[in-house]
Design a protein around this ligand. Sequence first.
Ligand code: PLP
Length: 269
Amino acid sequence: MLQAVVLMRATPEPTTVTPYPAAHSVEAFQSNLLAVRARIAVACERVGRAPTEVRLLPVSKTVPADRLRLAWEAGYRELGENKVQEAAGKAEALADLPGLRWSVIGHLQTNKAKLVARFASGFHALDSLRVAAELDRRLQAGGRALEVLVQVNTSGEASKFGLPPEAVADFVRALPAFSSLRVRGLMTLARLSDDAARVRPCFALLRDLRARLRQSAPDGVVMEELSMGMSGDFELAVEEGATMVRVGQALFGARALPDSHYWPDPAGG
Ligand SMILES: *Cc1c(COP(=O)(O)O)cnc(C)c1O
């Protein structure tokens, strides 16, 4: 007890940057998974939700295939990647692992749709009909289907991909034309900020948008999933109704480069 008090006194004020230790063993991947699941459960409890309502998508960008084998051994069966080429390479390298499914969660150029259609089971960043058409064409040719989420720009930042909220209803109405796309819901990236008061409205907006779209969604379009929340903000997202959180660093360890490196500016910056 005394020791705990001394320890607390000696602990510096929490800093805004959390160092996420890197996992390099099956045990470390297991304990990180348990820790994130426990945090999801606590967030669920705060708002009276069941933890089973929230799917955890581990995001493995920048993590090499050999470490992903350890994650698989620890029970990770779904992985999200934001760059198509990187994802396709790892999917090929790990094709021997039973039950492993890949989701592409980052912006897609039309000329890369072919690659996604080949190996991915999910695509979280649909925001263009050209990409939808190209994905559908390639999927049909390969006899495959793809679960897709429509990406919405809820922060209003010009630096974010995704449709403006007011454009989503019309966009969704056009999607039943693409029969290989299983539309499942919405995805967003909130404002990157330590200030919950600026992050939370992004998540709330996505939830409200889903509620409105449910009334007008065409046949075949399911408006269930809300893919929102990452290492820095998934508890807030769960409180606001996330059905899927995309968590990278808290499971795999901190990345060397800032997020801006992985989310290039749509304006071409
Ligand atoms: C990298 C990434 C995440 C996860 O971010 P972490 O900080 O690693 O948890 C979530 N969503 C998208 C689209 C990403 O690119």
